[in-house]
Design a protein around this ligand. Structure first.
Ligand code: ADP
Ligand code: MG
Length: 663
């Protein structure tokens, strides 16, 4: 018999197969599965080996200790090896027509004898019958090893009530040793994983699925064997054992007086509820029989099938046949023969209950998952725990993680989406700004080239037209033509100057200067008709700001010039200085025509102008844009050009850091 421990676990996790669906967490009656770094891990010391996680995991991420190799070793050895077959075999090997073919197949693997465990169930049932007759205390049956483990770990106070009666497997092992010799090796073959750790008397434990594999490996088929019966002793009603109430049916004629004090349950929910009620004293029982699975016919060591009732009927039919052919006399004789066999066993408590936690600690964990009010407690069970409270406690115990809460995770996901969307739109803005800057830079280079090439010929034109002008008679048409030439050449020089300004690989020379004075002075110097009024407002606590004096003057002058040009019928130009934290906000607004929606995206593009030829160059705003960027600032425009909907006008808002030098 293998010894299981944390280093050699009976049930374990297959690393990286887990897809964190929490099905095993939900299904584990002992809460022996912890989620760590997004992987479900079996906690050996809490595990009751019921094999439930193995059954429910669709990814094969839970496995159990395989005994094929040690059994093969035994069969290869010179030892006499006896197979003890659990009574649920007809439910697993439904395709085998005659049970004697199955026995022959097992024998073919190399076993010396094949004995039915049901006979063990027969003698054990007798023992229970006696026990129940002689005690008034609650008797909990010890037939299901997973249940025994559960009580030892989680209801240690009920351990004294567990019948210290050998299981049918242990009983048959002792019978075999009496019948065939102490030194024989025994291999139990059954539906159960927990059996592998139930007793160290038995040498090895195979599950039916492992047996199937061995049949396949050895190519053993029912067609190729000669039917043979089990080796004695032959069982009677004990063969009914694997179906729910099986043991009870075997202890018939128990006496009517305890009928109402009997509770038989199967499945996790039921056995946990039963134990809870028994422990709390809410029910008084004489006999409690619990099976972790839906009867041993649905054990985790069996093939995955949902056909519980078909399996049950297979067992019942098998038992019916068996009882019809049973040599009762022989059976009675055998029962008598092994009457005095020792059927006692030891069961000790191994308390694995978790400590209780303070309410405030639980509340804190719940709050970290956004659970504060009654409406937040969905108790949806998606995390694998029935209630949010249980989940929170498991988190404190280090068994669970907050991310397991689906509503919480969905909310987090939504928040992340929002953040991503926000970043995306910021990225978009930045990309647009970059594209714009690149475009400006490209145009700047072009402009610089053109301007540079034009400057010299323009100088020559101006110079020669002036020389010729001096020589010409001022009243002549020639003189007027020459004047037009030099006037237009001057205009061209203006444009070229603008281009050079825009294209200049500018560097800012930051000095600390009084922005209030600078802005006021620029506004006062605006050339404007009388019907335009000026307004100036400064809310600066400290007017001293680090800027490039000439460039900011140019910004203000250009904005104010545009404002004047946008108000042919008069209006107001306002300049305001405010501050928000470390940024200075410079606002220039007018009550002019406004900018149409169609044009607003174009105004910073070089050469975009709505002004007539000779009036606009379309270089003012691109220049401003460049200067603001060089000051590590931002420029925005708000404009309204729909006179029907109230006031018209345009506002340019520039924000620059107060101390651009520090950036
Ligand atoms: P320009 O003044 O030479 O046309 P700008 O770059 O200064 O070039 O301006 C580009 C265009 O932006 C202008 O032609 C005009 O259509 C629009 N614009 C600029 N400022 C204003 C304003 N304050 N009101 C209305 N339109 C404006
Ligand atoms: Mg302009």
């Amino acid at each position: 018999m293998q010894q299981f421990s944390e280093h050699r676990p009976l049930v374990y996790t297959v690393k990286n197969r887990c897809r964190v669906c929490y099905t095993c967490v939900r299904d584990c009656p002992a809460k022996a599965i912890k989620i760590i770094n997004g992987q479900a891990e079996v906690i050996t010391e809490r595990c009751i080996a019921c094999g439930s996680c193995v059954k429910v995991c669709s990814q094969g991420a839970k496995a159990f200790y395989e005994s094929i190799n040690p059994v093969e070793d035994l069969l290869q050895s010179t030892e006499k090896v006896i197979a003890c077959v659990a009574p649920s075999f007809p439910a697993e090997f439904t395709g085998i027509k005659d049970y004697r073919l199955f026995v022959a197949m097992v024998k073919q693997l190399g076993f010396d004898k094949v004995v039915e465990v049901s006979f063990g169930a027969d003698v054990v049932a007798k023992k229970y019958k006696e026990k129940l007759k002689t005690t008034d205390e609650l008797v909990i049956s010890s037939d299901c090893p997973a249940i025994v483990n559960y009580i030892r770990h989680y209801y240690p106070d009920l351990v004294p009530n567990i019948a210290k009666i050998a299981s049918p497997m242990m009983a048959v092992d002792r019978i075999i040793r009496k019948e065939y010799g102490k030194e024989v090796k025994t291999v139990f073959i059954g539906p159960c994983i927990a059996k592998k750790a139930e007793s160290d008397e038995i040498d090895e434990v195979l599950t039916f699925t492992e047996l199937r594999k061995m049949f396949e490996q050895h190519e053993i088929k029912q067609q190729n064997v000669n039917a043979r019966d089990f080796d004695p002793p032959f069982a009677g009603k004990g063969a009914l054992f694997p179906v729910s109430r099986g043991l009870l049916q075997n202890i018939d004629k128990l006496g009517e007086e305890i009928d109402n004090d009997i509770l038989v349950t199967h499945g996790h929910v039921n056995f946990k509820d039963a134990l809870e009620e028994v422990a709390s004293g809410s029910i008084k029982l004489k006999y409690l029989e619990m099976l972790s699975c839906d009867g041993c016919i649905m054990g985790p060591g069996m093939s995955k099938s949902k056909k519980r009732f078909r399996r049950q009927s297979k067992i019942v039919n098998y038992v019916k046949d068996k009882l019809e052919n049973l040599d009762t006399e022989k059976w009675n004789k055998d029962i008598k023969k092994f009457e005095n066999i020792d059927l006692s066993r030891k069961i000790e408590a191994k308390d694995r209950r978790l400590a209780k936690h303070e309410e405030k600690d639980i509340a804190q964990v719940l709050e970290s998952m956004g659970k504060k009010e009654a409406k937040d407690f969905l108790n949806c069970g998606a995390c694998g725990y029935s209630t949010c409270m249980e989940h929170a406690i498991a988190i404190i115990d280090g068994l669970a993680e907050t991310e397991m809460c689906l509503p919480y995770t969905i909310e987090q996901l939504h928040n992340s989406f929002e953040k991503i969307n926000h970043s995306k739109s910021k990225l978009n803005d930045a990309r647009q700004a970059l594209e714009h800057s690149e475009k400006l830079a490209g145009m700047g280079q072009l402009s610089a080239g053109i301007a540079h090439e034009l400057n010299n010929p323009l100088g020559v034109i101006t110079m020669y037209s002036n020389i010729l002008k001096e020589e010409a008679d001022p009243s002549s048409t020639m003189y007027q033509d020459l004047e037009l030439i030099s006037e237009q050449a001057e205009r061209c020089k203006g444009i070229v100057g603008g281009l050079l300004n825009f294209a200049r690989k500018n560097q800012v020379r930051l000095t600390e200067c009084n922005l209030e004075q600078l802005a006021k002075h620029s506004l006062d110097s605006v050339i404007r008709p009388d019907n335009i009024d000026l307004k100036f407002l400064s809310e600066l606590q400290n007017p001293m700001v680090w800027i490039d004096r000439d460039q900011i003057t140019q910004v203000l002058t250009n904005l104010e010039k545009n404002a004047v040009e946008a108000m042919p019928n008069g209006g107001i130009i306002s300049v305001e200085l405010t501050e928000i934290e470390d940024n200075i906000k410079l606002t220039v607004s007018d009550t002019g025509t406004g900018i149409s929606q169609e044009n607003i995206d174009k105004i910073f593009t070089p050469f975009f102008t709505t002004k007539g030829i000779g009036q606009g160059t379309g270089l003012g705003l691109p220049l401003i844009y460049g200067i603001v960027k060089m000051h590590k600032g931002k420029i925005n425009v708000e404009s309204n050009n729909n006179p029907e909907k109230g006031k018209t006008g345009t506002t340019f808002i520039i924000s620059i850091p107060r101390n651009g030098k520090a950036l």
